[in-house]
Design a protein around this ligand. Structure first.
Ligand code: CMC
Length: 461
């Protein structure tokens, strides 16, 4: 991996003092000011809510040019990989830094395939969940539970690291499919090692013990492409979560489980499910996309155009371009009943891209806008969409976690803050506290003082 180069320095005048801050450049001409000595030199920190201007690390894994709409893994264009590679080949590339040769790939695939079963005791956990459980809640818990079964991971021993990497990649599709089977009240289908990664997952999702199941090659290839497109995306919310959790020396399974939780939110990976809900809502409301766009533009409505906008891309997300093209191909061969939602999505995109609100803010379709239509086309239920995202993102999380641990600047992640609370106050004894503070009232959504009898909470839920 090429490292960054020192380009010079930036000067900052603060509180009457001028300090020189080193300026570095990456291999694709991105520049960053190193502020690691800032507090020591000036007693000031930087404030950057949402971290839009903060580089938390240097990384040699994924490159994004958000202005031009470019995405590369380890220097390879996403378009090239999505067309030509297999998901496990891309996983190898992300984790080990180079594309594997045939011997390396077959050893890697074999090591993963032979570990696709989950520990027998863990299967009982699935039955403990209600059928209504969201599969993301099961996934995050089960991935963390793997650390109980493989305690060699807890101290992050280098000798067993590779084995644990293969275990987690091998077991995540089985866990995901078992959680789906639990939710529909069907018996789990064990993995079948003669199938490849995506074929195996589709079989575990859709086969039943009483019948033969033939995997549809169109569905398997579409899923493979979706996993590749999601495999890494540099320092996004869930990846940063994985790095932050791992920076405390938390083990791989625990760190990935934290990332799965971060991914779940609808501003991040949960957007793929939210897009389909939005498209269905528009369809059920008569299919009027212009009416929906008006609603989005009315800030008071609180409605967002899901699958649109991105912190980094101020141009078309290249993953969305690939997925949009793939929608037509996939729906032509399987899942033709997805066509009405695809038509609404295309109309919605067209209306947004010609509307000043979206043009001025440089809001374009992101990866989540079209992925759900393909997933739905191959039979994946919408509450499994974010689970598929997590399966795809796993190699990226692993690669970023390893890179963080191997970095010469590795230290626990611990941001600072500017404190804006009360100054020192004297403790008031309980009996003397009479008035309900406005702040507490607003948190508890209480109007006026609670009556004495309302103070007792009987619920045991
Ligand atoms: N619909 C309507 N308005 C939007 C949208 C949207 N989808 N996205 C951004 N805006 C507006 C936003 O209201 C703000 O307007 P104003 O300047 O008038 O206040 C402006 O655009 C800038 O938005 P922001 O919220 O400051 O941008 P951000 O970088 O903090 O947020 C985002 C990025 C992805 C969370 C946001 O664009 C969004 O909520 N999109 C919808 C959810 C979504 O599709 N998420 C998936 C992201 S891609 C895959 C992934 O990371 O998992």
């Amino acid at each position: 991996m090429k490292n960054y180069t020192k380009l010079g320095h930036a000067e900052l005048k603060v509180l009457g003092k001028t300090v020189k801050l080193p300026l570095y450049g990456g291999t694709e001409d991105e520049k960053g000011i190193d502020i690691s000595q800032l507090r020591e030199q000036t007693a000031c920190i930087t404030l950057d809510p949402g971290y839009a201007n903060t580089g938390s690390c240097t990384s040699g894994i994924t490159f994004i040019d958000g202005e031009k709409g470019i995405l590369r893994y380890r220097g390879y264009a996403i378009e090239d990989l999505a067309k030509n590679a297999s998901f496990l080949e891309v996983a190898y590339l992300l984790i080990y830094g180079e594309l594997p040769n045939p011997t390396q790939l077959s050893a890697f695939v074999n090591k993963i395939t032979r570990r696709s079963m989950i520990p027998e005791g863990m299967k009982r956990f699935f039955h403990g969940y209600p059928e209504s459980a969201h599969p993301m809640s099961i996934l995050s818990a089960m991935i963390c539970s793997l650390s109980a079964y493989y305690p060699d991971c807890i101290h992050n021993h280098p000798e067993t690291m590779d084995l644990n990497i293969c275990r987690i990649i091998a077991k995540i599709p089985s866990i995901a499919a078992f959680s789906y089977k639990q939710s529909i009240g069907q018996p789990i289908i064990e993995p079948m090692n003669k199938l490849n990664y995506t074929e195996n997952f589709l079989r575990m999702m859709f086969a039943v013990p009483t019948e033969e199941y033939d995997v549809d090659p169109v569905a398997a290839r579409a899923l493979e492409m979706i996993l590749i497109l999601h495999a890494d995306h540099e320092q996004n919310c869930s990846t940063s979560t994985v790095r932050i959790a791992g920076s405390s020396q938390a083990n791989l399974y625990a760190s990935i489980s934290a990332g799965i939780c971060a991914l779940w939110g609808y501003l991040h990976g949960g957007a793929n499910q939210a897009v389909i809900d939005m498209l269905r809502q528009i369809r059920n409301d008569g299919g009027d996309v212009k009416k929906f766009i008006r609603q989005v533009k009315d800030k008071k409505s609180g409605v967002r155009l899901m699958g649109f906008g991105h912190r980094v891309y101020k141009n078309y997300d290249p993953r969305a371009s690939i997925l949009k093209k793939a929608c037509d191909d996939v729906l032509a061969k399987v899942g033709t009943d997805g066509r009405p939602l695809l038509d609404i999505a295309k109309k919605l995109e067209n209306a947004a891209l010609h509307d000043d609100y979206f043009v001025e803010r440089k809001l374009y379709p992101n990866v989540d806008f079209y992925s759900g239509i393909i997933l739905r086309g191959i039979g994946i239920p919408s509450d499994m969409f974010t689970v598929i995202f997590a399966i795809g993102r796993l190699p990226g999380w692993i690669a970023q976690w390893l890179e963080m641990r191997e970095s010469p600047t590795f230290r626990i992640a611990r941001p600072r803050q500017i404190y804006t609370g009360n100054n020192l106050r004297k403790y008031v004894p309980l009996k003397k506290r009479e008035t309900l503070s406005k702040k507490v009232a607003s948190i508890l959504k209480i109007k006026g003082e609670p009556k004495a009898k309302e103070k007792v909470e009987w619920s045991r839920q």
